[in-house]
Design a protein around this ligand. Sequence first.
Ligand SMILES: NC(=O)c1ccc[n+]([C@@H]2O[C@H](COP(=O)([O-])OP(=O)(O)OC[C@H]3O[C@@H](n4cnc5c(N)ncnc54)[C@H](OP(=O)(O)O)[C@@H]3O)[C@@H](O)[C@H]2O)c1
Length: 251
Amino acid sequence: MKYDACYGKQDNMSTDKIALVTGYTGESGKALVKELINNNQFKKIILVGRRKIDYTDNKYIEKTEQREIDFDKIDDYAEAFRGADVHFCCLGTTRGKAGVEGFRRVDFDYVVSVARLAKQEDCKHFHLVSSQGANENSFFLYPQVKGQAEAALTKMSFERLSIYRPAVLMVDRVESRPLESVLRTILSYTVQRIAPEWITTPVDILARAMCFNSFIKDRVGVEILDNHAIFRLSEQQSSSKNDQSKATNEL
Ligand SMILES: NC(=O)c1ccc[n+]([C@@H]2O[C@H](COP(=O)([O-])OP(=O)(O)OC[C@H]3O[C@@H](n4cnc5c(N)ncnc54)[C@H](OP(=O)(O)O)[C@@H]3O)[C@@H](O)[C@H]2O)c1
């Protein structure tokens, strides 16, 4: 099912759910963890990655649990995926960084393995950060691999699978990616000002959308969220936050 925009109501502020994030050391993963922590709707946030982050902020220390794994031996680490109701997968690399095989290994093999273990460990709702243009029949490597990962996950029959297809992620990237950085600079002075939803997605908008979407009730099956839907969900997250702070102020 494809959602052009977002429909649906959120559950009340639920705090008994546990989230798990893979790819949490990356740019969209970091934005998501920040949103999940500040939003406070999850009781706990499990972070699974190939390395740990030395958090100094108490909110992160109290709310998160980091689990380090070797993705090449992922089947030895099934217990790292245990205990989560909702999984957010922000894993990914680039062909430039990892080569063709390395890109396939991370963006297909690791993503599919992570989803398989999440399902095995009874995760009910899996969120995948995929990409605009994902298409398993594409002639080009990037959209093809993204489309293949989406198709493989779709076959896994999660109770709920949310696939996000953001456009160019707008973020001050820590890692140096010169071409991407030039593209982002051009976009931020042109497209982002005129038609922000066309081919750009700020990572905080993606994070807000994913967080809000995990508490929308009465949705099942597979949903594909294009950039327009990501922006709509993010707006709903912002307005629900405003409503909550209004309600708190009125108490
Ligand atoms: N960049 C864009 O404009 C754009 C646009 C649309 C969609 N996307 C997609 O959005 C997703 C997230 O993108 P992003 O820019 O946030 O990614 P990112 O900053 O590059 O972070 C990627 C994450 O994956 C992990 N990872 C990469 N290679 C790994 C490996 N070999 N073994 C284990 N973990 C590995 C990284 O861990 P480390 O920190 O340890 O490296 C990091 O946590 C990706 O799937 C990407 O394709 C990106």
